[in-house]
Design a protein around this ligand. Structure first.
Ligand SMILES: Nc1ncnc2c1ncn2[C@@H]1O[C@H](COP(=O)(O)OP(=O)(O)OP(=O)(O)O)[C@@H](O)[C@H]1O
Ligand SMILES: [Mg+2]
Length: 360
């Protein structure tokens, strides 16, 4: 187990600056997820930690060792790639032990480690099979096993589940989480799947254009996103965004967007918010309540579209010039065209400055 510290890291590839003054501290035993859109630099960061790229500036420290210029093999890292690239002619056992055999580890020790990993990953029965005789999920587990036998200080995963179908993904996701609980190993895990990020991470680092936008627990990143980019990246359907103007008069604060007016007096502003400024109001679909039985409510809307999701349903509602998505239980039957009275819990909303770059 070891911590990982990235200090002012710059990486340039093919003349393009990919990572810019990146700072990141991963605690010993932490499960850190790097989340971000395609091309934002997640794999580049992971490969830099593994030692596959030359560093332009900055430092990489694993445990108490500066490994900025160390050879990949001297970094005590186990890595699982997106394409698991097993050796097709070797059986599972030999695939898993290959690295150890090359490193000259003695036979008894190799057997012990392979058996332990096979146990953890439920591969015991499959040790004599070749990759072509395995399912996608089993192959992926072999790839994880190959990293596990190395007794690494840090495990790096680059979208290890992205080739699998939804059901298998969910299964392996749970297994990975269990594995982390059992090993309490330091893990850095790249994904652009928000469900994986939310369910696996101790902390999530959301990246955009080679920079970390926010790093915090899943609950904070989801509940108090630092800007519109982070807010829009997590959650499905996405957070509702309304461009409006913040008015402060007396003790009352409102966000106004044409006809649409919401009282946000209860919103916990981070600092004093000046009146008459442009803002973006963000409301998660599950934080809009439907006021059954004619409760007092300031907003009314008309149902445009209904998406049944099984356990719940999404209503798309035309609301005084804004289209809002509402996450609601599936027991009530709604009709397209019906009018609803809505209430919004302003304490759970997000308000950003007009350019979307900062939470207010
Ligand atoms: N060898 C290279 N030379 C030049 N540019 C590169 C090289 N490798 C990657 N890039 C560029 O660096 C940026 C970041 O790439 P990276 O692979 O780290 O993204 P990513 O976040 O892992 O994306 P994805 O989710 O698609 O895997 C991209 O714009 C990519 O085109
Ligand atoms: Mg990648």
């Amino acid at each position: 187990m070891a911590s990982v510290h990235i200090k002012d890291l710059d990486i340039t590839l093919g003349g393009n600056s990919i990572l810019k003054s990146m700072n990141l501290d991963v605690q010993e035993g932490e499960f850190l997820v790097l989340l971000g859109p395609s091309g934002c630099g997640k794999s580049t960061l992971l490969h830099s930690i593994a030692g596959f790229y030359d560093v332009n500036d900055g430092q990489i420290i694993i445990g108490d060792k500066d490994v900025t210029w160390a050879d990949p093999k001297d970094r005590d890292i186990g890595m699982v790639f997106q394409s698991y690239a097993l050796y097709p002619t070797m059986n599972v056992e030999r695939n898993m032990s290959f690295g150890l055999r090359v490193a000259g580890v003695d036979k008894a020790e190799i057997e012990k480690r392979v058996n332990r990993a096979a146990d953890m990953l439920q591969l015991k029965e499959l040790l004599k099979r070749r990759p072509s005789q395995l399912s996608g999920g089993q192959r992926q587990r072999v790839a994880i096993g190959r990293a596990l036998v190395r007794d690494a200080k840090v495990f790096l995963f680059d979208e290890p589940l992205s080739n699998l179908d939804a059901k298998l993904r969910a299964e392996l996701r749970r297994e990975l989480k269990e594995l982390h609980q059992n090993l309490s190993a330091t893990m850095i895990y790249v994904t652009h799947d928000q469900v994986e990020a939310m369910t696996l991470a101790d902390r999530i680092a959301v990246m955009r254009n080679g920079k970390i936008q926010q790093i915090d627990t899943p609950a904070v990143v989801y509940g108090k996103p630092t800007n519109v980019f982070v807010a829009g990246f997590l959650g499905s359907p996405s957070m509702n965004f309304i461009k409006g103007v913040l008015d402060v008069s007396g003790g009352r604060r409102t966000v106004r967007a044409g006809e649409f007016v919401l009282d946000v007096s209860a919103y916990p502003f981070l600092a004093d918010a000046p009146s008459s400024q442009d803002v973006i109001l963000g409301i998660r679909p599950e934080h809009i309540q439907i006021a059954h039985g004619g409760g007092v409510s300031s907003i009314t809307g008309k149902i445009k579209l209904i998406e049944p999701m099984g356990a719940h349903q999404i209503l798309w509602v035309d609301c005084q010039g804004q289209t809002l998505s509402i996450h609601t239980e599936s027991a009530t039957t709604y009709q397209t065209g019906a009018t609803l009275e809505l209430s919004v819990d302003a304490t759970r909303a997000s308000i950003f400055q007009g350019d979307g770059e900062r939470r207010l």
